[in-house]
Write a protein that binds this ligand. Structure first.
Ligand code: ASP
Length: 346
């Protein structure tokens, strides 16, 4: 450990600001474009903005010799168990009927295995259930009642995941859905639906990679809706020869683009993490065709974030719109950084 820490202490922290090619030929009008690759420090742990405690915890465990997947899951568990994060685990916002349904997946690079749960109710830590599916079955994804029965069989305790805070937000959303119903809301201006998820990617000094993504999904979703987060290749993908990627944001857009898988494939073919991410974000913008999802051609009304790391320890995060941050422990410091982006917000 000490020799690694000394090595890390000597490492320079590099920030490479790269301006990628112009929008010509991309089919989208890129108003602003900024990307950043950071690196290289090994071990390194990156996460979404809500994962600063996760990166701290995972780095601590990796330095103590813990496997990268166990480290990432332990980090994510902090946020899953935190009632104040209304986008993940306990305290997550419920579906349209007021029931919290959680999605999560894990992927272990060294053994190329994965586990996942979709629409899981009543269990605070879906990432641990996903790991148990990986360890104890020949399957990858269990959903709904089957996932809950499985979790109970392995000793997970059923709990009410709907906190008062989440319940009140759900009630406000319901009351303000329409000016033409019988609910008397505070106002009739509508209610924005908060988004969020945690993804956490870990690389150790041997070059082994793992990742975990966990979410309560789209707030007030149709019951049974499963987003990108539990889908291997969408909300998370890990290839121990290349790198790892996780996502947050509009899951349907990530699913349509096979986002995390394509980011990793882009890195396999030589792109830096930020180039790999921006390429997929541009595809998402280009392919979004339904006018209800567009501010203007090529400018979606939603956002998507990817977080990527390669085997060498280069890492980046980027979103469609400026303003996102991500968490990283680069071996020296645990901090938030600004994500790259395609566009300034209108
Ligand atoms: N990606 C998540 C989902 O679509 C939600 C989010 O990250 O905001 O379920």
């Amino acid at each position: 450990m000490n020799s690694n820490e000394n090595k890390m202490g000597r490492r320079e922290f590099l920030q490479v600001g790269a301006t990628l090619g112009a929008a010509a030929g991309l089919g989208v009008a890129v108003a602003a474009q900024e990307s950043k690759t950071f690196g290289r420090a090994v071990p390194v742990v990156i996460s979404s903005a809500n994962g600063l405690r996760a990166t701290e915890k995972a780095m601590h465990l990796i330095r103590a010799g813990t496997d990268t997947l166990d480290a990432a899951i332990a980090g994510v568990n902090i946020v899953e168990e935190d009632p104040n994060d209304i986008t993940v685990g306990y305290g997550g916002l419920p579906n349209e009927r007021g029931v919290v349904e959680l999605d999560a997946c894990v992927m272990h690079g060294p053994t190329y295995r994965a586990g996942a749960v979709g629409a899981l109710q009543n269990i605070k830590t879906p990432s641990k259930v996903a790991k148990t599916i990986m360890d104890h079955t020949n399957h990858i994804l269990l959903v709904g009642q089957g996932a809950l029965d499985f979790a109970k069989m392995y000793g997970f305790k059923e709990e009410n995941l709907l906190t008062d805070k989440a319940r009140e937000l759900w009630v406000r959303w319901k009351e303000n859905l329409s000016p033409n119903d019988d609910w008397i809301g505070e106002d009739q201006r509508g209610f924005s639906r908060p988004t969020g998820t945690i993804t956490c990617l870990a690389l150790n000094e041997k070059g082994d990679l793992s990742g975990c993504t966990s979410t309560s999904g789209l707030a007030f979703k149709i019951p049974g809706r499963v987003g990108d987060s539990p889908l291997i290749g969408d909300g998370l993908y890990v290839d121990n020869d290349v790198g790892a990627c996780g996502s947050t944001g509009r899951g349907e857009a990530v699913i349509l683009s096979s986002g995390s898988r394509i980011v990793v494939e882009n890195m396999r073919h030589g792109m830096s993490p930020e180039e790999a991410i921006l390429d997929v974000l541009k595809r998402i913008c280009r392919y979004t065709s339904e006018t209800r999802w567009l501010h203007s051609p090529g400018k979606p009304k939603f956002d998507v974030n990817f977080y990527a790391i390669n085997k060498k320890g280069d890492y980046a995060a980027a979103a469609i719109y400026k303003g996102s941050k991500f968490s990283v422990h680069d071996g020296l410091r645990n901090t938030h950084k600004d994500s790259g982006y395609l566009f300034e917000k209108a």
